[in-house]
Ligand binder design. Structure first.
Ligand SMILES: NC(=O)c1ccc[n+]([C@@H]2O[C@H](COP(=O)([O-])OP(=O)(O)OC[C@H]3O[C@@H](n4cnc5c(N)ncnc54)[C@H](OP(=O)(O)O)[C@@H]3O)[C@@H](O)[C@H]2O)c1
Length: 246
């Protein structure tokens, strides 16, 4: 029987590439996003893709969608990937931008975990993968909302793994660097080691299949940021300030 994967944020970028990668490997894929038209287009690529138009920040809609799922429907892999990046100005912090960012990047991940957990294929080592970012490894300029939300969701994933250790649920934290998607096409700065979404999708598929606890790619960026993290705190702050001026 075909395995089943559910991916949020599947209408574009990394989520779309990952949905196509799973479908090409004969998985049944629930592809979730708000844009019904994009999902219908996506489903034209593979009969294995089932489009589901849903706003993951709407916990009432999420609860009723899961309540309508047949109790026999079990997901082998759930990838909570939907997310967005909004840059903010420290001189005039936009509270609404923080609320939107945390609603999607953090609270929706918690809500999806809450409502999808009963549908994980327990007894068959299901995976729950949470997409965070390397953004929180270093204090990047104008990233107060995005970086903080990703720090929060990384912590959530690691803490969840501790508390699910006595189950057979595999929690995988995914912390990508720069991937070429609509999200990063808005950036007006140089993005080192920019990776194609198809490469990211392959790493996600291979990493989850290998039951890795954490995926970081591209490795060259994660290594560079790790090295920066070893610098004395004040030196690191000076460097971050210098990078802002460039
Ligand atoms: N690109 C990068 O360099 C990079 C690096 C590190 C981490 N990430 C993370 O990777 C994830 C995917 O990012 P991406 O770069 O692929 O961005 P993207 O191309 O902008 O895709 C974001 C996806 O999230 C969906 N989405 C947004 N709001 C939603 C909502 N309320 N309910 C359901 N779906 C929603 C979007 O679809 P609709 O608009 O149709 O709803 C879209 O499918 C995000 O969590 C991002 O933070 C990206």
């Amino acid at each position: 029987m075909a395995k089943i994967c559910l991916i949020t944020g599947a209408s574009s970028g990394m989520g779309k590439a990952t949905a196509l990668h799973y479908a090409a490997n004969d998985w049944q894929v629930y592809a979730i996003a708000r844009s019904a038209d994009k999902l219908v287009e996506l489903a034209k690529h593979s009969k294995n893709i089932k489009p589901v138009s849903l706003d993951v920040t709407d916990s009432v809609a999420l609860a009723s969608w899961t309540a309508a799922l047949p109790a026999t429907e079990k997901f082998d892999v759930v990838i909570l990937n939907a997310g967005n990046c909004e840059y903010v100005e420290a001189s005039d912090l936009d509270l609404a931008a923080f609320e939107r960012t945390f609603a999607l990047n953090v609270l929706a991940v918690v809500a999806c975990t809450r409502y999808l957990m009963p549908f994980l294929n327990k007894g068959n080592k299901p995976s729950l993968a949470i997409v965070s970012s390397m953004a929180h490894f270093f204090p990047f300029t104008r990233s107060e909302a995005y970086g903080a939300s990703k720090a929060a969701v990384s912590y959530f994933a690691d803490s969840l793994r501790v508390d699910l250790a006595d189950t057979d649920i595999h929690v995988c934290l995914i912390e990508p660097g720069f991937i070429d998607t609509p999200l990063t096409r808005k950036n007006d700065f140089e993005m080192p080691f920019l990776m194609a979404p198809e490469d990211a999708a392959k790493r996600i598929f291979d990493g989850i299949t290998a039951m890795k606890s954490r995926l970081r790619f591209p490795r060259r960026l994660s290594f560079s940021l790790k090295m920066l993290g070893l610098l004395p705190y004040n030196l690191r702050n000076k460097l971050a300030a210098k990078m802002k001026q460039q």
